[in-house]
Design a protein around this ligand. Structure first.
Ligand code: ADP
Ligand code: MG
Length: 228
């Protein structure tokens, strides 16, 4: 119901992307971990009850790659929010973006960034992609594909295809990261009773980029549902 309401409001406003706070509420509802946070216009009020350090993000229908335009600031104290929000509004206005609301959320535990995506593919259903964030995707195109529904065994097999997998498993004496949590997250998305299976037809693409995999847990810190 939450999902349908979010999609309905996107369509009625002529937009193409479910706003990040609503997309994250849907993820949480499906058992996919997202940072604790709230959206609103009064950033200080929005931060009430959240643990520092905080992340401030602009919510705007025209803003797709938020950080490219200065729409994401991480590692903030609550006291810094009002001035940072003011500065963000001015910076984005110069680029022609109008901020609708702000999303204030807690920082996810540090870890390896992983991109998880799904695209509706005619004749196939949902094609699911996983890849390690940063240079791994952009430079090395180190990604693996599967077709939903995916079992946890199939997700593990996809992860083993990644050249960057040693980074998740604790290469060079680093602590091993919580690969089980990442697998569980992908199964909540792409498993037989996962989010993709419940997605209305008009949703054509889902990007969780990044999911941050730490030593305990995997959290989707960005979420984009594209309405076709
Ligand atoms: P966009 O992809 O639209 O530029 P993101 O929401 O992905 O914006 O944020 C940009 C980057 O900021 C992320 O890749 C991640 O490194 C960091 N980030 C965003 N939100 C959080 C969070 N809650 N905790 C930790 N890091 C975050
Ligand atoms: Mg992102």
């Amino acid at each position: 119901a939450m999902l349908r309401a979010a999609i309905q409001s996107v369509r009625s406003s002529g937009g193409q992307v479910v706003p990040e706070p609503e997309a994250k509420a849907v993820l949480r509802d499906f058992g996919i971990a997202v940072p604790y946070g709230h959206a609103g216009n009064d950033v200080l009020a929005t931060a009430a009850g959240l643990d520092e350090p905080l992340v401030l993000k602009a919510v705007s229908p025209t803003l797709v790659h938020k950080s490219d335009a200065g729409g994401v600031r991480v590692g903030l104290r609550a006291a810094e929010l009002p001035a940072t929000a003011q500065q963000m509004s001015e910076e984005l206005a110069e680029h022609g973006h109008r901020i609708e609301r702000f999303l204030v959320e807690e920082m996810a535990a540090a870890g390896q960034e992983v991109a998880v995506g799904a695209v509706r593919t005619p004749g196939l259903g949902w094609t699911v992609m996983v890849g390690l964030g940063g240079v791994f995707i952009e430079v090395l195109a180190d990604v693996a594909f599967g077709v939903a529904p995916l079992t946890s065994q199939q997700v593990r097999a996809m992860l083993r295809e990644l050249q960057g997998m040693p980074l998740l498993e604790g290469a060079r004496g680093a602590e091993p990261l919580d690969v089980d949590a990442l697998v569980a997250l992908v199964v909540r998305l792409a498993g037989a009773d996962g989010l993709l299976a419940a997605m209305p037809d008009e949703v054509t693409e889902i990007d969780l980029n990044p999911v941050i995999v730490s030593t305990s847990g995997a959290v989707a810190v960005d979420a984009r549902f594209v309405v076709g």
